[in-house]
Design a binder for this molecule. Sequence first.
Ligand SMILES: Nc1ncnc2c1ncn2[C@@H]1O[C@H](COP(=O)(O)OP(=O)(O)OP(=O)(O)O)[C@@H](O)[C@H]1O
Ligand SMILES: [Mg+2]
Length: 507
Amino acid sequence: FSQSILQVVFPPEIRFAILKIIHRICNWFSAYCYYDITEIDGVNTNELYNAVQLYLSSYACVTGNRLSLTRGLNSSSITFGLSNNDSLIDAFNGVKVHWEHVVTPRNSQTFSWRPLPEEKRGFLLRAKKKDKSVVLGAYLDFVMEKANEIRRKNQDRLLYTNSRGGSLDSRGHPWESVPFKHPSTFETLAMDPQKKAEIMADLLDFANGESFYQRTGRAWKRGYLLYGPPGTGKSSMIAAMANFLGYDIYDLELTEVHTNSELRKLLMKTSSKSIIVIEDIDCSINLTNRKNNSSSSSSYNVSPPGSGGVGGSNSEDGGGNTITLSGLLNFTDGLWSCCGSERIFVFTTNHIEKLDPALLRSGRMDMHIHMSYSSFAALKILLKNYLGYSEDDVEKELLDQLEQVMWRAEMTPADISEVLIKNRRNKDKAVWELLETLKTRAERNDNKSNNNAGKSKKNNTIEDEEQVKRALLVESPKEGGGDELQEKCDKEKGHEVNDDEKANTKR
Ligand SMILES: Nc1ncnc2c1ncn2[C@@H]1O[C@H](COP(=O)(O)OP(=O)(O)OP(=O)(O)O)[C@@H](O)[C@H]1O
Ligand SMILES: [Mg+2]
């Protein structure tokens, strides 16, 4: 009201001066201090504004009766916010603050290099003068931290891949991303509950361990090696880790990386709070000893012959078209690995025995996790997930039989879930069929081990021969050795490599 009277009576300059004096006098006697957090600060977007909006959303959804709703890009959930000119009170460590969302029309004469929104938005924070230091320090830090947490929870994780083979996109990024919506969580993951709890605790310690890593002078990163037969949940575990911590995933396809320096560039373009994954590491790179890598024979040549690259050269960088174990180790462990923070490296393999000890030494892959054939405890989780059965829903006798036959059957969680999915409409049948399948498998395994015992001597010699062959293969990889390696690996995983695929790999 006073402003409108002033507008009528005085010219703008005097009006402005009078208002300023009135404000000063009011402020002098007021017990409160006020802070404006505007949406746009000069030409930049004010991060604090967005953070406050998100932070208040966690309160507004409970207390407010008029809310604004937003759904961000890449997000599958809705956030609530204070509507225009609404207010609420927040408390922090015994300090009360008052938030108001102030929206006013923008002066159309304002000049700007970029289009500005028609409305001027901002939050007005009011607090007692005596609480000024708490509000400006700890409280605003708390708001920022909470906002980041909410942002991570709301935003779908991204899955990045380097499948373009080193080429950059229009913004100079070597990674392509898609929203990551894998539903696997630690709850749905069938494995020994104790081991699961250990892994979850380890992940939490890592995520909350900034000060620990700082204090001990270690780079804030952690390595997990997941090993075990196909179908035991290694990939599902990675998805569960990402969902648990709210991290993005960088799925690194090593066969698409041609040089160590390219690998380094890829690493530099990863963000913090992410999981960098190399699946089937024994298949993607010839993991011979680092010492051997210095000789021209042992690095894994991923360049197709005649591609114009320095095929067969093993020089680490400098145009060399190879990627070596030492390059990979530098990637995970060297100085370059800390050009960012809070990152987890996960390698998976079906054959841990094929990996170089350099990769396994402690401090490099901090935790080795064996994903084994399904145990009885894991089976119970699968029964609960797929059939909704708890222990009490299955006859005691049936459960005992399942428990007895479980280990001998060596069935992976993937195999078991197949049987359960197939019969999920008839739950009792599902359990019986599962028992039958387990028994058949157990018998087959028993027979196999009996036969093997008889032939053990003969097998030993065959194994020796195989080892010699493998050693020879490792010592003298030929051009295109990568293809052979991939083929071998694919065969082991039970999938035939057809000619198209071969052609693609060569391309
Ligand atoms: N431990 C598990 N808990 C729950 N489901 C599982 C588990 N292991 C496997 N599965 C199921 O089997 C399927 C295959 O599992 P996954 O891809 O995680 O296996 P993997 O160990 O990564 O196999 P590979 O070595 O072939 O990559 C998944 O879709 C999942 O539904
Ligand atoms: Mg997998």
